[in-house]
Design a protein around this ligand. Structure first.
Ligand SMILES: Nc1ncnc2c1ncn2[C@@H]1O[C@H](COP(=O)(O)OP(=O)(O)O)[C@@H](O)[C@H]1O
Ligand SMILES: [Mg+2]
Length: 598
């Protein structure tokens, strides 16, 4: 935990270290200020002031009396001015330390956030599956903010409280060692009470954070899926889910807060009890043997309050740390997650051609041999072929294609691209050459051009238009008022499903890949346009290997080879005509689909 704070306070360490210096100035002044007041009280009651500053102040007062000889009670002004200056210095110490602590803590938060964000960019799909998107977002936002706040508070208070405690205790002993013993007795009682309160509250805080995660998950699911929720008129159910999660958070934080709330009355009680005891014992002492008369009692009560409020601050720091600990652990967990897909030690950067071969490949998302998503897949396709992948939902089509750009690694067997195992390629080079239009594709907010260039940032306008022509996107883009500069809203909500799909295909084409995978990417495009896209592919990019995943046989009818997937296995492999002859199920589906009318 401390390692994280140490590492990310780099660059802000000077500020973090200077904070205690200014805190010390503030605390020291706060500790000696009461001495001035005590002197004034002594002088007013006609006694000789006897604190450690009295000698110095005598000189000052004498000087002032020499400057303004006729003024009565000059000492009141002297003390007043000096106390004012000291109070301003203490204020400055407080403000400067506050600014330093804020700078250091926000710098720390920025650094952790950047690290975590970059680290998440290296996550494989498997890593993301393990954490879930919502949990990663919570960790990047709420958790880091928690740590930042506690960092800021604790750098100040954790120095301030002990310093005030020590200074005040010393001052109290200097003033009167017999009375000071009251503090020595009261402090441990306070500490014990604090520990009891904190240990009781801690589990509730931990639980609260877990529930908070759940709440975020629900909020995130609902807001990102708000269109689906609305179209299914499921708002009521979603609201109930939210209320449940929200009240779980509330009840846990209530329990924790209740215990914490006990903290402050208990503390107050002890503070005032101690003050009362000091006042009582002190007045008895003074009455009995005139011991420590004058300002002593005033000093004691002041230091009593300072000492005990310092202890109270310590308890606050502990609370902050308990809260921050839960968040810090969650950040560290995400930071320590090892990306499951990494480059091998001496990767290849060149991919010879677009040939693909699967050799007895099996794959499970859960690394469980009993729950295989793909079983013993073997096939080989030459560069430039059009490969149809046909099968029902859940038959493993997407999973099969995910293995080619190495979005997941196989559990058994080998995937070869251009005759070389995909694990031997540099991941970026591989993914540049294997362009995959995902089933759940996304457009980012920005113009159409921005979105297209996302595929290849150096593409010229001519290349953009050529790719869009191939994907049959040019005809509708040029009909938009702003053409290629049309602004796409977040998630691409202002273009139709079919238009979005075609922009995504164009984006994938801009990489000029050796292998192009379209995962159900024309599902929302009408059959005529779909056929035009395939025709353009055949004519314009003949050397690119094209994988076309579909549930519509018409989309793969003219493919060079079709893999018919059933339940994670290849049920049959061959051309459309071969499959019609060899596979009864395939034939039935084909007849049903064509009879349904195109
Ligand atoms: N990220 C994932 N984690 C766990 N299981 C998954 C994941 N993605 C898909 N699956 C499972 O793998 C199987 C094949 O899914 P998929 O390849 O997406 O099928 P298809 O693309 O043919 O519809 C399904 O049983 C699905 O539930
Ligand atoms: Mg799929």
């Amino acid at each position: 935990m401390w390692k994280l704070y140490f590492k990310h306070s780099k660059g802000y360490r000077a500020q973090a270290l200077l904070t205690p210096v200014f805190v010390a100035i503030e605390a020291l002044i706060e500790a000696i200020l009461p001495l001035f007041m005590a002197d004034v009280i002594d002088r007013a009651s006609g006694l000789e002031p006897s604190s450690i500053i009295s000698g110095f102040m005598n000189n000052v007062v004498n000087y002032f009396e020499w400057l303004f000889p006729q003024t009565p009670n000059v000492y009141v002004y002297c003390y007043g001015v000096i106390m004012l200056i000291l109070a301003l210095l203490a204020l400055m110490g407080g403000v400067v330390s506050g600014i330093l602590a804020t700078n250091a803590s926000s710098g720390f938060a920025k650094s952790v956030r950047k690290d975590l964000y970059y680290h998440i960019q290296d996550y494989s799909f498997e890593n993301i599956d393990r954490f879930s998107t919502s949990s990663l977002i919570t960790r990047l936002t709420t958790d880091i903010t928690n740590c930042q706040q506690s960092f800021q508070m604790t750098t100040r208070i954790s120095f301030r409280a002990p310093l005030i405690f020590i200074f005040s205790l010393i001052m109290a002993f200097l003033a009167n060692s017999r009375l000071a013993w009251v503090f020595v007795i009261a402090s441990p009682i306070l500490v014990i009470l604090l520990i009891i309160i904190i240990t009781k509250a801690n589990p509730y805080f931990k639980k609260m954070f877990k529930k908070y995660d759940h709440l975020n998950l629900i909020v995130q699911e609902n807001i990102t899926g708000i269109r689906t929720v609305k179209s299914y008129v499921n708002e009521d159910l979603e609201n109930k889910k939210f209320e449940h999660a929200s009240s779980e958070v509330a009840s846990n934080s209530k329990m924790a807060e209740k215990i914490i709330a006990l903290n402050s009355p208990v503390m107050m009680f002890i503070i005032y009890a101690s003050v009362t005891i000091v006042a009582f014992v002190g007045s008895l002492m003074i009455a009995r043997d005139g011991y420590g008369e004058g300002s002593t009692l005033y000093l004691f009560i002041t230091y009593a309050i300072q000492i005990l409020s310092a202890l109270m601050m310590v308890s606050m720091v502990f609370m902050m740390l308990v809260m921050a600990k839960a968040s810090t652990d969650r950040i560290i967990e995400a930071l320590n997650e090892v990306p499951t897909i990494q480059n091998c030690s001496s990767p290849l950067y060149e991919i010879k051609d677009g040939s693909v071969e699967f050799k007895d490949v099996s794959f499970s998302y859960l690394h469980d041999d009993d729950k295989l998503a793909l079983k013993n897949i073997s096939f080989k396709v030459e560069s430039g072929m059009v490969v149809g992948i046909f099968g029902s939902t859940g038959s493993g089509k997407t999973t099969l294609m995910n293995l080619i750009p190495r979005l997941y690694d196989v559990n058994q067997g080998e995937v070869l691209v251009g005759g070389v195992n995909v694990k031997d390629y540099d991941i970026k080079s591989l993914r540049d050459q294997v362009s995959m239009v995902l089933q759940k594709n996304v457009l980012f907010s920005g113009t159409i051009k921005d979105n297209l260039r996302w595929g290849n940032k150096d593409a010229t306008d001519e290349e953009l238009i050529a790719a869009c022509k191939l994907a049959q996107a040019d005809e509708f883009i040029s009909r938009f008022n702003d053409g290629y500069d049309t602004y796409i809203e977040q998630g691409g909500t202002n273009v139709s499903g079919g238009q979005k799909q075609r922009i995504c295909i164009a984006r994938a084409l801009l990489k000029k890949p050796k292998i192009l995978i379209l995962d159900d990417s024309t599902s929302a495009v009408d059959t005529k346009t779909d056929a035009l896209i395939r025709k353009a592919f055949k004519e314009e990019i003949p050397s690119t290997t094209k994988f076309i995943i579909t549930q519509r046989i018409s989309s793969v009818e003219d493919a060079d080879i079709i893999l018919f997937m059933v339940d994670g296995k290849i049920a049959n492999i061959g051309t459309h005509e071969q499959l019609l002859k060899e596979n009864e199920v395939y034939k039935k589906i084909y007849l049903a689909q064509t009879k349904g009318g195109k």
